[in-house]
Design a protein around this ligand. Structure first.
Ligand SMILES: CCC(=O)OC[C@H](C)CC[C@H]1O[C@H]2C[C@H]3[C@@H]4CC=C5C[C@@H](O)CC[C@]5(C)[C@H]4CC[C@]3(C)[C@H]2[C@@H]1C
Length: 433
């Protein structure tokens, strides 16, 4: 692995971080730290372990005991299946790139309206399609939807971050947004954890997750996941402790969790049935080993068959320049794309119009909790409201996993969340998967 920490470009880059304004794209990073992958491709990590993803929908009363011997009910089995899938997505989202390339790189910052579509093909279980759209550029927000018709499972959500540097040049990242999984057997709200990047000083950035995230099931079961890196519980990196409770009420009463799953979200975790006591207190058994789960390749059309708004077509020249490591060509090709974007914004301003999103719409949940009557022309989807209510989480535009009543929840006014409009996708005859 090349050591870039002494390179002049990196040391001057570190200096530029000291005047960081909060907008990551404002920092012109040296070529070796740039990734040719756009952030609009990241939602693929929600689905790149298709077996685990589809299992969430395939568990039923007949097969759950075989799949999850610990589970006493099919709902417990479904929750354990979601946790196993979630650990695999954490590995994909946060550590797979460093494992492959040696360290985290800076992804391309999607332009407004950037689209990314792909699918996982599966003869037996049916194809899963994935659509993502950059629904906002200031601030950057990416919305996504994964759907497998045959297994009747849909995952939709959106992702937004706010970042800041600590005095020790650690990049702290707060995540906004969430994912909602809907299947015929139940639905789940999945919040996303805060993270930070260590190793910037030595030009070898790695992601470490922190604080808590939640998985709330429509069955009432809730899982609280606590993250830490070196120096916490076991001093190991990527440490997680997940506790499953029968409800938020039992969590608040500090009842014994039904299950405690702990270890490394990027590696091996073990499970203990929390309420087993005495001689039959279950010994920890292996729950999952993420490093052994194969990643299913996403099928993406060749660039020549893509719509101009599709990510790999739009960024083609920039990605090539990054792969060449040619700084001059990178800034030439990047400014060509950025100038075209600026021109679009200018025309919109002159014509008093604005960019219309394609497959996702912003839904205002303020007041929805009260006015969610079916008579209303636009009944708000009850799924999100009931899940977020069960979990006691804020519906406001605050960091993912903020509880109702916390300071951020009280101070924040807006409650806008991006939602997939299936009808708009089905009407779209320009972009194909
Ligand atoms: C800011 C200075 C700079 O550019 O330093 C370059 C360094 C590579 C560190 C900054 C970049 O690190 C990247 C890691 C990215 C996150 C990785 C995974 C996810 C999960 C996904 O579901 C949503 C997006 C998110 C949070 C990525 C957001 C952007 C991050 C932090 C990149 C940083 C620019």
């Amino acid at each position: 692995m090349t050591d870039y920490s002494q390179s002049s470009t990196w040391t001057s880059f570190l200096k530029s971080m000291s005047s960081f304004s909060g907008d990551l794209s404002s920092l012109s990073a040296p070529p070796f730290i740039l990734s040719p992958m756009s952030l609009s491709e990241f939602p693929q990590y929600w689905g790149c372990h298709q077996g685990l993803f589809l299992n969430i929908a395939r568990i039923n009363k007949e097969n759950y005991h075989k799949l999850y011997p610990h589970a006493k009910t099919v709902d417990e089995a479904r929750m354990l299946a979601v946790i196993k899938w979630f650990f695999a997505t954490l590995h994909g989202q946060y550590s797979s790139r460093s494992e492959k390339g040696g360290f985290e790189k800076k992804p391309l910052n999607p332009f407004l309206g950037e689209l990314f579509v792909g699918k996982w093909e599966n003869e037996k279980l049916g194809d899963t399609t994935m659509l993502t759209e950059q629904v906002s550029h200031h601030p950057p927000i990416n919305a996504y939807c994964l759907n497998n018709e045959k297994q009747d499972i849909t995952l939709q959500g959106y992702s937004q971050i706010k970042s800041s540097f600590s005095k020790t040049l650690r990049l702290n990242v707060k995540q906004f947004g969430h994912s909602i999984i809907e299947t015929s057997g139940g639905s789940f709200l999945v919040t996303v954890p805060a993270l930070h990047l260590e190793g910037l000083l030595v030009a070898s950035p790695h992601v470490e997750l922190e604080d808590k995230s939640y998985i709330q099931s429509s069955s009432g079961l809730i899982c609280v996941l606590e993250y830490s890196g070196k120096g916490y519980f076991s001093g190991q990196k990527n440490t997680v402790k997940a506790k499953v409770y029968s409800s938020m009420k039992s969590l608040k009463e500090n009842a014994t969790p039904l299950y405690v799953i702990s270890g490394q979200w990027s590696g091996v975790t073990t499970i203990v049935a929390g309420n087993a006591t005495g001689t039959n207190a279950s010994k920890p058994t292996i729950f999952s080993d993420v490093s052994k789960i194969k990643v299913d390749p996403l099928v993406v059309k060749p660039v020549e068959d893509q719509h101009p708004l599709e990510s790999r077509k739009a960024w083609y020249d920039v990605a090539k320049a990054i792969e060449l490591g040619d700084m001059k060509l990178i800034s030439q090709t990047k400014s060509k794309l950025e100038n075209a974007q600026r021109q679009l914004r200018k025309e919109e301003k002159e014509n008093k119009t604005h960019w219309k999103t394609r497959w996702f719409e912003k839904v205002d949940y303020n007041g929805a909790a009260k006015k969610n009557d079916p008579e209303d022309g636009n009944p708000i989807d009850g799924t999100y409201l009931s899940l977020v209510g069960m979990a006691g989480l804020s519906i406001k535009n605050v960091a993912s996993g903020t509880k109702t009543g916390e300071k951020e929840d009280r101070l924040n006014k807006t409650a806008d969340h991006w939602r997939f409009r299936k009808d708009l996708w089905e009407k779209d005859d320009e972009v194909i998967v």
